[in-house]
Design a protein around this ligand. Structure first.
Ligand code: ZN
Length: 432
């Protein structure tokens, strides 16, 4: 695997899970998690799969019935399937109740969902908490249907079952945790959110491969909203006690922008680190918590108060392909995934080294005798070593790496190498 870039590997994994029909419950989710588990099989870790039974109360919500979908199509009088779930799983309304009915074209309106302002695309529509039957198609196709009778057929089941989530914890030296989550409940859409699942699986491999870890890492795959609420309700105490930084991944496979959705007060360690890593990248967008929409809604809600931000390339809801059939594998690419992987691994490296630094000498240290400064004084040479002196000037025991980076107007990631050299020379120490 090592001769292929991380971006390409994540892209390939995204392509493997893309065709599976997922929803907030059901075998599509289980099949997806099995593939993700196989992907991390070369580490010492396995996904811990949790099944939460239908009817379980999780805070203000109840785990719904499990959706089983076997087949869905609309056929005309000649037996031709004008749409078929097997061609594109967006064609069936998510959580559609079963139906088997012939009707006239004029009666079909209430069962057909389209996106009139994007007339060539199939929209992604669900009806999770109210029982309905239905289909999705392009507006153009709907307009082209000829008068006559049609057979609307959904072979599905809503049964007592369970909701599936998975987590994986990789222990570090500290009990303090870094939480990284993504959601798993959408059918065949690539950026939203096959991309997040694929990136999270690769990040597990990355964290597992680190020779040392200060933090413990908790990775969570869950159906959006109900899954995160269920996960929080089952892990509230440990999350509240240990989570130091938290990131939700959403829409991380395109290459058009880098986006952060801030925590409610934009003041957590996660806000500072992700913004710091994104600084200097092109097309960076900062959205306030009021623009939230994914599981940061739950993890950062009042009383849960985990320091979570959301990381996206193009933010959900802001790109034209969002929640349509155009969110397919042509929207994501290896370069987009590589950018996201680079951001998240930089976040992890900065986090691992973020702490307050203190100089161990008074006044300027003599860098030359430690090999950090040329012993020949000549115009221009000073520039290259300025970073050591600047770092030392702000290493007062109060500034952490992020604060020092802000004072130096350099990214914290850029400072990792000079910081490690200063540590190796014994000129600075981490005080907390
Ligand atoms: Zn979505």
């Amino acid at each position: 695997m090592s001769d292929v870039s991380a971006g390409q590997r994540i892209y390939d994994l995204c392509g493997r899970i893309f065709p599976i029909c997922r929803s907030i419950t059901g075998d599509g989710v289980r099949e997806t998690l099995k593939l993700l588990d196989e992907y991390i099989a070369d580490t010492d870790y396995r996904l811990n799969i949790m099944e939460i039974p239908t009817g379980t109360q999780v805070y203000d919500w109840t785990i719904p019935k499990e959706w089983v979908i076997r087949d869905a199509y609309i056929e005309d009088e000649s037996g031709h399937h004008i749409i078929d779930f097997r061609d594109n799983n967006l064609h069936v309304l998510g959580y559609s109740a079963p139906m088997d009915q012939w009707m006239d074209l004029s009666e079909m309106g209430g069962f057909i969902y389209t996106q009139p302002d994007q007339p060539v695309l199939i929209p992604y529509v669900t009806s999770y908490y109210e029982e309905r039957s239905g289909f999705c198609m392009s507006e153009n196709q709907k307009q082209s249907l000829k008068p006559g009778r049609y057979h609307l057929y959904v072979d599905s089941e809503l049964k007592e079952g369970s909701l599936t989530c998975a987590d994986l914890v990789i222990k570090g030296e500290l009990d303090k945790e870094v939480l990284i989550t993504t959601y798993i409940c959408h059918p065949s859409m690539a950026n939203d959110i096959c991309s997040g699942m694929a990136l999270l699986a690769e990040l597990i491999r990355y964290v597992a491969s680190l020779p040392t870890r200060r933090y413990t890492y908790r990775f969570v795959f869950e159906p959006e909203t109900i899954g995160s609420i269920a996960y929080i309700s089952g892990h509230y105490d440990v999350l509240r006690k240990n989570v130091t930084a938290a990131f939700n991944l959403s829409c991380v496979g395109d290459d058009r922008a880098y986006s952060i959705i801030e925590s409610p007060y934009a003041d957590t360690c996660s806000d500072r680190i992700l913004k710091n890593v994104l600084s200097g990248r092109e097309n960076t967008r900062i959205y306030p918590f009021l623009n939230r929409g994914s599981d940061e809604r739950q993890y950062a809600s009042a009383g849960v108060d985990l320091p979570m931000v959301c990381f996206c390339r193009s933010k959900f809801g802001m790109f034209p392909e969002y929640h349509t059939s155009a969110d397919n594998m042509s929207l994501v690419n290896p370069a987009g995934f590589q950018g996201s992987f680079d951001v998240m691994t930089a976040v992890i490296q900065v986090l691992e080294h973020n702490g307050k630094y203190r100089s161990r000498v008074l006044c300027e240290p003599q860098l030359g005798k430690r090999g950090l400064y040329s012993t020949i004084s000549r115009k221009g040479i000073y520039d290259g070593v300025l970073v050591y002196r600047d770092f030392m000037a702000y290493a007062d025991g109060e500034n952490d790496l992020i604060a020092i980076s802000e004072h130096l107007n350099k990214s914290a990631y850029e400072l990792l190498v000079p910081m490690e050299k200063l540590m190796d020379c014994g000129l600075i120490e981490m005080v907390e």
